[in-house]
Design a protein around this ligand. Structure first.
Ligand code: SF4
Ligand code: SF4
Length: 302
């Protein structure tokens, strides 16, 4: 099923110190509303079935967002909006926004929460937003971004005490978090497969990966192309037919790293996106893998 992360604008009302969207050029950019409408119509023709509105803070352009969500919902596209809940200052304000969005047919809200977000947005706002979703009959969950350190325990406890639905999500060490100290890690020898939903940036560049993919600056491995030069269908087909991308989806990055000669005892010290970066943001390794993808790599299975 085709799903896309839709970056209407990179503008945000706050500045989280872990933000993966930071560091892009230009610093803030926004799509034209008319262009966004046309792109969504093109996505409908390309049979995209899910759109997640993300990038900066989508509620900043609330009227535009409501219109785009409405267009999706009229065409049976599942819509998710990722937000930091700054707009849910009171239960009444939260209810008012949710009422409008539910009339537009929104499917789900993903409420971001972390020790970095909550330096700027009181955590009560996130609960107000979650409660307003519940009252409006809109599905929602809290995305608890964490580096799994002790500092995050009170933040997790707050969610447990207040009972909303939440899911921990590892911080991605890209963008502003690139220079963070990473705690050492030993994982299982897990596959590290990645679904890879494409991300459309406001400048109309599409990437094959919606998270750290736009930060692979040495190789631009995930850059599919610009909608100024290609159609939605062409870029999605490019993503779906790339042998190496399909290896990431089905074989997993761990197996690719092992094939590339990395020791297993090193592999288990890497987080998924960091391992991905090690493999695909190094021009030499990438070249070797691209050559192998047409032959040997596909035979590297049990
Ligand atoms: S993480 Fe989200 S809320 Fe925080 S600065 Fe980035 S886009 Fe804004
Ligand atoms: S593992 Fe790679 S493809 Fe998947 S989200 Fe991370 S950077 Fe993107």
């Amino acid at each position: 099923m085709r799903k896309i992360a839709f970056g209407y604008s990179t503008r945000c009302n706050i500045r989280c110190s872990h933000c993966v969207a930071a560091g892009e050029t230009p610093v803030t950019s926004k799509m034209e509303l008319a262009r966004a409408r046309d792109i969504i119509r093109e996505m409908i023709r390309a049979e995209v079935k899910g759109i997640s509105f993300t990038a900066g803070e989508p509620f900043i352009y609330f009227d535009d967002l409501a219109e785009l969500v409405n267009l999706c919902s009229e065409n049976s596209i599942y819509t998710r909006v990722v937000t930091n809940s700054y707009w849910a200052k009171t239960p009444e304000q939260a209810r008012e926004r949710l009422h409008l969005l539910s009339q537009c047919g929104i499917s789900q809200l993903r409420l971001s929460y972390s020790r970095w977000h909550q330096q700027h947005v009181p955590r009560q706002y996130v609960l107000n937003a979650a409660k307003a979703c519940q009252d409006a009959g809109v599905d929602s969950f809290i995305s608890f971004i964490t580096d799994f350190s002790e500092q995050d325990e009170p933040f997790e406890q707050y969610l447990r005490d207040n009972c909303p639905r939440f899911f921990p999500e590892p911080v991605i060490y890209a963008g502003r978090a690139e220079g963070f100290n990473q705690q050492s890690l030993f994982t299982d020898y897990q596959e590290n497969c990645c679904q890879m939903n494409p991300y459309l940036a406001p400048d109309l560049t599409m990437y094959a990966c919606c998270d750290a993919g736009s930060h692979f600056s040495a190789t631009n491995f995930f850059r599919l192309g610009s909608l100024n030069d290609w159609s939605v269908e062409e870029l999605l087909t490019k993503s779906e037919t790339s042998i190496l991308y399909n290896c990431i989806r089905t074989m997993g990055i761990t197996t690719i790293a092992s094939y590339a000669g990395m020791k297993s005892r090193d592999i288990v010290t890497y987080r998924k996106c960091s391992l991905c970066k090690k493999m695909f943001n190094d021009p030499e390794t990438l070249h070797a893998l691209q050559t192998a993808a047409a032959g040997d790599l596909l035979q590297w299975h049990r």
